[in-house]
Design a protein around this ligand. Structure first.
Ligand code: PLP
Length: 395
């Protein structure tokens, strides 16, 4: 038998929809000695992680913890803990992740009332208002802040105000926004919010930070039925993360080290500085793409800084370009999802991947690859335009 090959993943430049680049300090944290999940040292790390998560979510919510599992576990945790069979939940859908929320709502035995917008566009508050009028007693309104499948950036204040006026909870997916653009849980009246570690927090995938505010906790306390998922039942998990320290499941120790270190990096950089870095790199990329005739596919004025959805020019083979970027330049970008498959590329500029060096690199790689794939560009035009954008907005 030939021996199994050693593990030698290539050092990719991760400019897709996630995961993003992981800082060497976070990689080092992953390799640190394990302690037990009830070791006093780990308990201190847990408390500091809660405090750091409150900072990135901009909240005072006590129930602010990382769920063991990826972003979808956070999504599921929010919905299974708040919904009971027979409930109505208004779900806003303008891409893959709103669709996923609706699927989970159904699996909770609740009825999703869908408010839809074309993929790439944001949800119109008037459509939500109309949907809320059609509901008898909606329990929550759920929406995605940053639709990774389309690059659309949803404004939240009006949506939250409508949800509260109708007496519902306001649940928000911040998987592709937390740490990359403003997320203000308390100021925006968000009752339950979840994210993921592998996007703008620049940590490997594996944990899902969540926060539950007082109204959501009240709903949790007064449930008539048991939470349908044992693993994600917050009534039990909070007893491990709170003062009782009661074992629920063995915390993924190394992933929690990684998140702790990733959050320390966010704290050191400062939230505002981090948001501006993401903003600046997005604008430089957009300027560079425009110089070679490539446009952002999501709605104007609602384009994410963290995920750039780029229209593929007619006649250009999606996969051929992405394969050339990967094989020749070690760069990963994403393809379109669902309805946008073959129509868009997704260039992520998240966390440690959001750098001027990466923007200039991907533009220069595109300048080299595109002409071979049937799309003529003026050599150097994209890089020069991005350079001008940087010069016009110094950090
Ligand atoms: C907006 C959004 N929500 C939820 C998820 C699900 O997260 P995960 O793939 O980590 O389970 C993703 C993943 O890309 C996402 O982008």
């Amino acid at each position: 038998m030939t021996p199994t090959e050693p593990l030698e993943p290539p050092p990719r430049i991760l400019l897709g929809p996630g995961p993003s680049a992981v800082n060497p300090r976070v990689l080092r944290a992953l390799s640190m000695p394990l302690v037990g999940h009830l070791d006093p040292v780990f308990l201190r790390i847990m408390d500091d992680t809660k405090r750091l998560l409150q900072f990135v979510f901009q909240t005072r919510n006590e129930l602010t913890i990382p769920i063991s599992g990826t972003g979808s576990a956070g999504m599921e945790a929010c919905l299974v803990n708040l919904l009971e069979p027979g409930d109505e939940a208004v779900v806003c859908i303008n891409g893959v992740f709103g669709t996923r929320m609706s699927d989970i709502v159904e699996r909770c035995g609740a009825r999703p009332v869908k408010v839809e917008a074309p993929w790439g566009r944001v949800i119109d508050p008037a459509d939500l208002a109309a949907a809320l009028k059609r509901c008898a007693r909606p329990k929550l309104v759920a929406i995605v802040h940053a639709e990774t499948s389309t690059g659309a950036w949803q404004p939240l204040e009006d949506i939250g105000a409508l949800a509260h006026a109708a007496g519902t909870l306001f649940v928000v997916d911040t998987v592709t926004s937390l740490g990359g653009c403003p997320v203000r849980v308390d100021d925006w009246g968000i009752d339950a919010c979840y994210s993921g570690t592998q996007k703008c927090l620049s940590c490997p995938p594996g944990l899902s930070p969540i926060t539950f505010g007082p109204r959501a906790v009240e709903v949790l306390r007064h449930r008539k039925s048991k939470v349908q998922s044992w693993y994600l039942d917050l009534t039990m998990i909070e007893k491990y993360w709170g003062a009782d320290r009661i074992y629920h499941h063995t915390a993924p120790i190394s992933m929690n080290y990684a998140l702790y270190e990733a959050l320390r990096l966010v704290e050191e950089e400062g939230l505002e500085a981090r948001w501006s870095r993401h903003e600046r790199n997005h604008h430089a990329l957009k300027a560079g793409l425009a110089a070679i005739g490539l446009t952002i596919a999501s709605q104007e004025n609602h384009q994410l800084w963290t995920l750039n959805s780029v229209r593929i020019p007619d006649g250009v083979d999606d996969a051929r370009v992405r394969t050339a970027l990967l094989d020749e330049f070690n760069i990963e970008i994403g393809g379109g999802l669902g309805a946008l498959k073959g129509k868009t590329w997704r260039i992520g500029l998240m966390g440690d991947s959001s750098t001027a060096a990466n923007v200039l690199l991907v533009l220069s790689a595109l300048e080299r690859v595109l002409p071979r794939c049937g799309y003529a560009v003026t050599a150097g035009a994209a890089v020069a335009a991005a350079g001008r954008a940087y010069a016009a907005s110094p950090p």
